[in-house]
Unconditional design. Structure first.
Ligand SMILES: Cc1cc2nc3c(=O)[nH]c(=O)nc-3n(C[C@H](O)[C@H](O)[C@H](O)COP(=O)(O)OP(=O)(O)OC[C@H]3O[C@@H](n4cnc5c(N)ncnc54)[C@H](O)[C@@H]3O)c2cc1C
Length: 429
C-alpha cells in the first residue's frame, strides 16, 4: 500500500490545499503530520523569542481545529516535536512512507529545513514534493521569471493584473484514508517554554485560530456585514474589528487561502456590486504576494542590515534601553506608545500603526531595523516571514521602496488618523 506523509506547516487547512489533494490522488494511505520545530521556540540573535505566546496560542487553536476537521473525514492529525528532519525520518520508517508532500518554502531558514528533511528521507527511498499554496497568483502564472520580477510594486502589479490569472480553488477532500493515529495531545505553552497569556479586553478582534474561524470571519466581513464594500475608506482606522478584514492571522498560518478570499469576493461582487473597496482588498493581497516573490528573488539579502539594495542606513550604535522603551510603549510619543502597547497586549497592530512605529524606530531613533522586525516576529499574531521582513526593509529604506527617504511624521500622522485622540486614550490610560 502506497503511504504518504502530508507535512502541514503554515497551511493548516483542508480547503484549497493542493498539497493534500495531490497526496490523496496518488496514495492509498495518508498520515497528516505537524511538527513543533524546536528551533521555532528558541531565542534569536536579536534577543527575542522566535515565536511568542500569543501566536503560539493561535497555532494551538488552529491545530485543534485541523484535527477536528480531519476526524470528520476519517483521519486525524499526528503531532511530533523536535527537529523536523529527524522526526519525519522516524515517521517515514515507522509508517513505511514512500513520499512526503509539503508546502513550498521561500525564506532562507524555512528552505534550509525543507532541504534537510528531503536529504534525510531520500536514503530511505522516500521522495519529497512541494506545492505553492500560499499566494493569490501562482508563481508559474507570473508573466516573468522570479529573477526578473520588477523591484517596484507598481510595475509588478500592473503587469500581473494585465497578463496573469488567478487559479481556481481546489475542492475540500470528502474523505481521507489513514491508519490508526493516536489522539491529539497538544503541548501547553509552558511545555514550549512560554508563559501563559491573557489577551487584553481592548483587543481589536477575536482572533481564534483555525480554518473554521477563518471561514466565519470571511462570512462576517463579506456577506453578513458587507464591510468590504467600504474597506478603502476605513482601512486606515485604528480601533476595533471592522475597519479592516483581519484576515492576516488566518492567512499567516494558512487557515485561509487567499484564492478562496478572491473567489468569495467575486461572488460577493456579483451579488452586491464591485467598487473601489472590493478591488482594494485584492490590491492589498497583491502586496502579500509581492513580498513572497521578492523573498524568493532576493533570498537571504532580505535579512541583511543594508538590505536587497545594499543601501547605507542611518543606524547608530545599538541602545538596548531605547529599544526596550519602544517595545514597552514608553517613548513619550503618545501615538507610538499606544500602538506598541496594543501590540504587546494583543499581538495585533493596524497597518497604519505598524508603518508609524517602524518609521519611528528607523528614522527617529535610528536603531537597527532588524531589532524591530525581530520583535514583531516574536509578538505578531499574524507574523509572516515575507510580509514582516519585507515591510520592515521597505520602511528602513533598504527594501523595495523606490523612494529612499520615506519618513512618517508621527505628529502629523496622529493628527490625521487619530484626530480626536480616541485611539491614544484607549491605550495610554
Ligand atoms: C512593519 C510592518 C510589518 C508587517 N508585518 C506583517 C506580518 O508579519 N504579517 C502580515 O500578514 N502583515 C504584515 N504587515 C502588513 C499589514 O500591516 C498587515 O497585513 C495588516 O495590518 C493586517 O490586518 P488586516 O488583515 O486587517 O489587513 P487588511 O487591510 O484587511 O488587508 C487584507 C490583507 O492584505 C494583506 N496586506 C495588507 N497590507 C499588507 C502589506 N503592507 N504587506 C503585505 N500584505 C499586506 C494581508 O494579508 C491582509 O490580511 C506588516 C506591515 C508593516 C508596516
Amino acid at each position: 500500500m502506497k503511504t504518504a506523509i502530508v507535512w502541514f506547516k503554515t497551511d493548516l487547512r483542508l480547503h484549497d490545499n493542493e498539497t493534500l489533494i495531490r497526496a490523496i490522488e496518488n496514495c492509498e494511505q495518508i498520515i497528516p503530520v505537524y511538527c513543533f520545530d524546536e528551533a521555532h521556540y528558541k531565542t534569536t540573535r536579536f534577543g527575542f523569542k522566535k515565536t511568542g505566546a500569543i501566536r503560539t496560542q493561535f497555532l494551538l487553536q488552529s491545530l485543534k481545529d485541523l484535527d477536528e476537521n480531519l476526524r470528520k473525514i476519517g483521519s486525524r492529525l499526528l503531532l511530533v516535536k523536535g527537529n523536523p528532519a529527524e522526526e519525519l525520518r522516524k515517521l517515514v520508517i515507522e509508517y513505511k512512507a514512500t513520499k512526503i508532500y509539503a508546502k513550498k518554502e521561500v525564506a532562507i531558514e524555512e528552505l534550509t529545513t525543507q532541504k534537510e528533511v528531503e536529504e534525510r528521507v531520500w536514503p530511505l527511498n522516500c521522495s519529497f514534493e512541494v506545492f505553492s499554496t500560499s499566494t493569490l497568483y501562482h508563481a508559474q502564472n507570473l508573466p516573468f521569471s522570479i529573477k526578473d520580477i520588477p523591484d517596484t510594486f507598481t510595475n509588478f502589479r500592473r503587469k500581473v493584473e494585465k497578463e496573469s490569472e488567478i487559479r481556481n480553488v481546489f475542492p475540500t477532500p470528502k474523505s481521507i484514508k489513514s491508519p490508526a493515529i493516536k489522539s491529539l495531545a497538544l503541548p501547553s505553552l509552558s511545555e514550549l517554554n512560554l508563559n501563559d497569556i491573557k489577551i487584553d479586553s481592548r483587543a481589536a478582534c477575536d482572533f481564534t485560530g483555525g480554518e473554521s474561524n477563518a471561514q466565519k470571519r470571511l462570512n462576517y466581513y463579506f456577506d453578513e456585514s458587507k464591510l468590504v464594500s467600504n474597506y478603502k475608506e476605513t482601512r486606515n482606522q485604528l480601533i476595533g474589528g471592522d475597519y479592516s478584514s483581519k484576515f492576516s492571522a488566518w492567512l499567516a498560518l494558512g487557515c485561509l487561502s487567499p484564492r478562496q478570499i478572491y473567489h468569495s469576493l467575486k461572488l460577493y461582487e456579483e451579488k452586491n456590486g464591485a467598487n473601489d473597496s472590493t478591488y482594494w482588498l485584492v490590491f492589498e493581497l497583491l502586496w502579500r504576494d509581492y513580498f513572497r516573490f521578492m523573498m524568493k528573488k532576493h533570498k537571504e539579502k532580505f535579512f541583511f542590515k543594508n538590505g536587497i539594495k545594499n543601501n547605507e542606513t542611518k543606524i547608530v550604535a545599538h541602545n538596548q534601553e531605547v529599544l526596550v522603551k519602544w517595545i514597552n510603549g514608553e517613548t513619550g510619543v503618545d501615538f507610538v506608545d499606544a500602538n506598541m502597547k496594543e501590540l504587546k497586549l494583543t499581538g495585533f497592530m493596524s497597518n497604519r500603526g505598524r508603518q508609524n512605529v517602524a518609521s519611528y524606530l528607523c528614522n527617529d531613533l535610528n536603531l537597527d531595523w532588524r531589532y524591530g522586525a525581530a520583535y514583531f516576529e516574536e509578538q505578531l499574531i499574524d507574523y509572516d516571514v515575507c510580509s514582516n521582513w519585507g515591510n520592515w526593509a521597505y520602511i528602513a529604506g533598504v527594501g523595495n521602496d523606490p523612494r529612499k527617504d520615506r519618513y512618517f511624521n508621527i505628529e502629523k500622522q496622529a493628527n490625521q488618523y487619530d484626530a480626536d485622540k480616541k485611539y491614544r486614550l484607549l491605550w495610554n490610560t
